[in-house]
Design a binder for this molecule. Structure first.
Ligand SMILES: NC(=O)c1ccc[n+]([C@@H]2O[C@H](COP(=O)([O-])OP(=O)(O)OC[C@H]3O[C@@H](n4cnc5c(N)ncnc54)[C@H](O)[C@@H]3O)[C@@H](O)[C@H]2O)c1
Length: 365
């Protein structure tokens, strides 16, 4: 169960709204600050999608949702919370301004997580003059309400205790926290994604394949493998009975062959953007973004459910966590709301009365 009683979300775009959804669906009250006049509508769209996905995951009924309030300032949003997740656009100057304000107004012991995709926490916490030691990066993956992984990164000023508490907080809302051992830009997930993304841009630019063909090559093959075993376990199996050492010996030298453009970046000009965007329209404009989100969410729930039945029902990888999380949500849903003080008193009086009226057992002998 969550150890957070009230949280704040600063920024309610794609990622911020995803955090709001995960927190509310775990029964946690959230106050949000986002200056976009459309923020409330956008968050409610994401909430609709998240509720729909969670109903599939926990068919017996969801926990009572937390209460969402829109604050007029960052100060108002953070003054009475124990956890804050910052998800404003990826610009260091903006992160500095926002984190400085959060730091000024949040309770001293509140943990601050940043959703940044790649900025080092050391570079962000310089703006926090009061308690920089409570900042961690909590880098999620979209959609935040479904994908469980969160990369936790501490900066030079972050206290180890803050990392421990952040781990507990994220785990308590059904996530899998992985603490990154050394602070680097873009952490681990985005390092991998950027390498693949750069190579993909080259492949389209050079006319080797289309956007659709590239996606097919991924989703009909190694994409399926990655979802259940990741990279190294898959390659261990690919090495045959001799395992990883054989795999390394066989494929290691290929990395020196002229196969890869991973070190170069294609020029990001209008021509490239048009090429990719037009091909992406050809592939997908028969669906709206909201329809694609539904398809994505249904598929993700189905994949996690399939994985949850593996390993003799214990679940495998994300499926194992999915089992625990759905059980946790069902338990939270079954929990009776706290009775009011007078109802509680009446119950206690009744119990005392019943005890007094109960005939005493005769002593043996
Ligand atoms: N989109 C992704 O896939 C993804 C994944 C992981 C992490 N991230 C990271 O999450 C963060 C947010 O990205 P996003 O994709 O949600 O961006 P987004 O543009 O969808 O949302 C950003 C939101 O922040 C709001 N905002 C702007 N200035 C603000 C301020 N001063 N105070 C409060 N809110 C403000 C905007 O109105 C907008 O709603 C970035 O750091 C990004 O790197 C993004």
């Amino acid at each position: 169960m969550s150890i957070v009683s009230k949280a704040a979300a600063i920024g309610g775009g794609v990622i911020g709204a995803g955090w709001v959804a995960r927190l509310l669906l775990n029964g946690i009250d959230v106050s949000i600050y986002d200056p976009d006049p459309e923020a409330s509508r956008k968050v409610s769209e994401v909430m609709k999608g998240a509720r729909r996905a969670y109903k599939q995951m926990v068919p017996g009924g969801l926990p009572k949702e937390g209460k969402l309030t829109f604050a007029k300032t960052i100060a108002e949003a953070v003054h009475d919370v124990d956890f804050i997740q910052e998800s404003v656009p990826e610009r260091l100057d903006l992160k500095h301004r926002v984190l400085a304000e959060i730091d000024l107004h949040a309770p001293a012991n509140a943990i601050v997580g940043s959703s940044t995709s790649g900025i080092k926490p050391t570079d962000m916490q310089v703006a926090m003059k009061k308690h920089p030691e409570r900042l961690v990066v909590g880098h999620p993956f979209n959609p935040v309400y479904l994908l469980p992984l969160v990369e936790i990164v501490g900066g030079e000023q972050t206290f180890p205790e803050a990392i421990e508490v952040a781990k507990e907080i994220y785990a308590s809302i059904g996530m899998k926290p992985v603490v990154i051992r050394k602070e680097i830009e873009a952490f681990v997930g985005d390092r991998l994604l950027e390498a693949a993304w750069r190579e993909a841009l080259w492949l389209i630019k050079d006319g080797i394949c289309t956007v659709e063909e590239l996606d097919d090559i991924m989703r009909y093959s190694f994409g399926l493998r990655w979802a259940q075993m990741g990279m190294f376990q898959v390659y261990r199996v690919a090495g045959g009975e001799a395992g990883m050492r054989h795999f390394m010996a066989q494929f290691g030298p290929c990395l020196k062959w002229p196969w890869t453009k991973l070190m170069d970046v294609p020029e990001f000009n209008d021509e490239l953007v048009d090429l990719i965007a037009t091909q992406s329209d050809d592939q997908s404009d028969k669906w709206s973004i909201r329809e694609l989100e539904k398809i994505r969410d249904d598929n993700l729930v189905a994949i996690m459910e399939a994985l949850s039945k593996q390993n003799k029902g214990k679940g495998w990888g994300a499926g194992e966590l999915h089992n625990d999380y759905t059980k946790q949500l069902a338990k939270l849903a079954a929990k009776k709301p706290k009775a009011s003080k007078s109802a509680e008193k009446a119950k206690a009086t009744k119990a005392v009365k019943a005890k007094a009226e109960k005939p005493k057992k005769k002593k043996k002998g």
